[in-house]
Design a protein around this ligand. Structure first.
Ligand SMILES: [Zn+2]
Ligand SMILES: [Zn+2]
Length: 309
């Protein structure tokens, strides 16, 4: 993000962004305060967006003011930005086998939930964690237990907040490289806390699922439906990949410019079984304006014949 240029410092768009029949957005900077992300998302052409609610690589707690939360609500209403998706800090590892680290992670994740509630976010995305030192089944059980512990006493149902388990690239010790593992966590938490899934196209591809050929994508979606359930996928992280299918290397690329290519994204965006989901890019910013371009690319892929809303 070396050459990032802030869209907030540029003149606002003269016309409102073109609407699509899908919710399309991008991970957006919270520089200057979380509420600024809403204005940025609108100017980037989004009707949904994702943020970090604190610094993604620091443990330090982050206090949100009432004024910030109110401004976020006002801007989301004004621009019809929904859902608001929050991505959990990367340091949180709810599968950790180190008691002290686990305790820190549970506390930090509780903070994530509290901030998501304060901001009235609809979804909070979490990577299921890394189980180094234990086995995968233990890791999955612990992650589920830690999510339950972190959310105890907080009213997610009333506030319409759902925790989303994201699939991962499936590198050694990391949980969530197979759809079955995501489904396992969902199954354990059903009835305990509102829980669903976020599926990342780059992670799916490098984990070894075929997203590229039409038949491969059909098969991958069938497997996803049989495990997690397509209706439970509330967010699709739309990222092309720098690495090959099966490489387990998580490097995001601009939409259409990586080893996945444009067509699979067109198929995803126009699949009526996925119409309820939000499609959010987490693509790199190599040059100023890359974020806006990736949003525009995703929007262009949505067939125009579908009714606009
Ligand atoms: Zn992702
Ligand atoms: Zn990733």
């Amino acid at each position: 993000m070396a050459q990032e240029q802030d869209i907030l410092k540029m003149p606002p768009p003269r016309r409102p962004p073109r609407l699509t029949s899908r919710r399309i957005g991008i991970h957006t900077s919270i520089a200057g305060g979380v509420q600024n992300a809403a204005e940025r998302a609108y100017r980037l052409g989004c009707n949904t967006f994702q943020i970090f609610s604190s610094s993604p690589r620091q443990w330090a707690p982050y206090e949100l003011t009432r004024a910030q939360c109110a401004e976020m609500g006002r801007l989301r209403e004004k621009y019809d930005l929904r859902p608001l998706v929050i991505h959990t800090n990367y340091l949180v590892n709810l599968a950790s086998t180190t008691p002290l680290f686990l305790k820190k992670s549970v506390e930090a994740f509780r903070g994530e939930i509290e901030r998501a509630l304060a901001l009235r976010a609809e979804q909070l995305v979490l990577h299921p964690g890394s189980f180094r030192g234990a086995d995968r089944v233990q890791g999955l059980m612990q992650t589920a237990a830690a999510i339950a512990a972190a959310s105890q006493g907080l009213d997610l149902v009333k506030n319409n907040l759902t925790i989303l388990i994201e699939n991962t690239a499936g590198a050694e010790y990391s949980l969530g490289g197979r759809f079955e593992q995501v489904a396992e966590i969902l199954d354990r938490l059903r009835g305990v806390v509102p829980i669903a899934a976020c599926i990342d196209t780059c992670h799916t591809h490098v984990a070894g699922y075929d997203m590229v050929s039409e038949a491969g994508m059909a098969d991958t979606l069938a497997r996803l439906d049989a495990t997690v359930g397509l209706k439970n996928v509330r967010v699709w992280h739309c990222n092309d990949a720098k690495a090959a299918c099966g490489s387990k290397l998580d490097r995001h690329q601009h939409i259409g410019r990586g080893s996945i290519g444009l067509e699979p994204f067109r198929r995803l965006l126009n699949d009526s079984r996925l119409a309820h989901a939000a499609f959010i890019a987490e693509t790199p910013i190599d040059a100023p304006g890359d974020d806006k371009k990736n949003v525009a690319t995703l929007k262009r892929l949505v067939a125009r014949k579908t009714p606009q809303r």
